[in-house]
Design a binder for this molecule. Structure first.
Ligand code: ACO
Ligand code: OAA
Length: 368
């Protein structure tokens, strides 16, 4: 029976779930989130609007958005023991691993862990959205031997996140650009991390476990870890010509270029990358220095000409985060924090209509 089903390496093209959350509609060229186009939403709305859309099924009005922000602020505080746990980690621990540890440890504070009803799961998701930015930033700070930072409730959700990272209150423009990056990262159908979360949830395991597994998945360079790898690559050189040369050498060595290609949008640009490129233009304009934009555009041209490949979101997120003054090791944890909402929506949906994931194999070992 297992050998009768066609094997698709990497499960390419395989339908793994029925979902009412999102779809990458490649024909219409839209990222559909609960019936709305994410790119259009990113022009008018903010991250918390998408949080409301994903968890409450509708875009909020002003009062609902304010109530949501207030609810998150009320839950900002992280148990002191989580900070103590982070302090015990060895100094070379990547913040993504610090975050995974902190997130995993939060399970112990949930008094209703066995309750997987949508209401309780949704409530947990809000708790994680409130606490993860503080855990993320402090796992970095503690590892760098800096004092933990406390969230500021007088700032908006995104402005506070960026403030905790840089130590400076962001300008309105910086906060808006950061907020848009969170929105663009919020949900994307069935990437590896979402599949991981749903597979874990399908055993009736809890939201903490499902998301802890998803952190590990998202850390990899073929997935969320690419945003950090892109920045390290850009920082290897300091001019357009040197960047072009670097990419050509990497391609000659058959290396994969981080920030390019995508399982679904392989031969066209990820629409989120285009939005992020706009943000990069704005930041370059404000700085009066277009070097990073020019390098990235030259990289795009090399990859289009040499490989017919286009940028994904991580390619343009990296220079945007750099110009916002964000340490590179926080790029992937920020991606995860933003994705917490999408992942939670998927776990809620999986728990609501569950069947255990248990595929078969195409056996190529010795016959008995
Ligand atoms: C927000 C996100 O998580 S987006 C993804 C972020 N990840 C990256 O940017 C990492 C770089 N990109 C990649 O490794 C891939 O494009 C992936 C992992 C995103 C998609 O992978 P897959 O769908 O499995 O494609 P696969 O790796 O089989 O590539 C198909 C072909 O394109 C080539 N290719 C794909 N991406 C790249 C790349 N970034 N650089 C060079 N060549 C590439 C492959 O070498 C392969 O060529 P071949 O057929 O001659 O062997
Ligand atoms: O969809 C994917 O495979 C990866 C991706 O872009 C994301 O998770 O945002």
């Amino acid at each position: 029976m297992a050998t009768e089903t066609k094997f698709a390496p990497g499960l390419e093209g395989v339908i793994a779930a029925e979902t009412a959350i999102s779809l990458l509609d490649t024909e219409q060229e839209k990222i559909v989130i609960k019936g709305q186009d994410l790119i259009e939403l990113s022009k008018e709305k903010g991250y918390l609007d998408i949080v409301h859309l994903l968890l409450e099924d509708s875009l909020p009005n002003d009062a609902e958005r304010a109530a949501l922000e207030e609810k998150l602020k009320e839950r900002y505080d992280v148990p002191a023991a989580i900070i103590d746990i982070l302090k015990l980690l060895p100094p070379h621990t990547h913040p993504m691993d610090g975050m995974r540890t902190g997130l995993s440890a939060l399970a112990g504070y949930d008094e209703h862990l066995l309750d997987r009803s949508p209401e309780v799961n949704r409530d947990r998701a809000y708790d994680l959205l409130a606490k993860l930015p503080t855990i993320t930033v402090n796992s970095y700070r503690i590892l760098k031997k800096q004092e933990p930072v406390l969230p500021r409730k007088d700032l908006s959700y995104s402005a506070n996140f960026l403030y905790m990272i840089t130590g400076e209150v962001p300008t309105e423009e910086q906060a808006k650009i950061f907020d848009r990056s969170l929105l663009l990262y919020s949900e994307h159908e069935m990437p590896n991390s979402t599949f991981t979360a749903r597979v874990i949830a399908s055993t009736q395991s809890d939201l903490f476990g499902a998301l802890t597994g998803a952190v590990a998945s998202l850390k990899g360079h073929l997935h969320g870890g690419a945003n950090e790898a892109v920045m390290y690559m850009l920082n290897e050189v300091d001019s357009v010509a040197a960047f072009e040369e670097l990419l050509l050498k990497k391609l000659q060595r058959k290396e994969k270029i981080m920030g390019f290609g995508h399982r679904v949008y392989m031969r066209k640009m990820d629409p989120r990358a285009l939005m992020m490129k706009e943000s990069l233009k704005k930041l370059c304009e404000a700085k009066g220095d277009y070097r990073l934009l020019e390098m990235c555009e030259a990289g795009e041209e090399v990859m289009r000409t040499e490989k017919g490949l286009y940028p994904n979101l991580d390619y343009y997120a990296a220079p945007v985060y750099w110009l916002l003054g964000i340490p590179i090791e926080l790029y992937t944890p920020i991606f995860f924090s933003a994705r917490t909402v999408g992942l939670s929506a998927h776990v809620i949906e999986q728990h609501e209509n569950n069947r255990l994931f248990r595929p078969r194999v195409h056996y190529i070992g010795e016959k008995y």
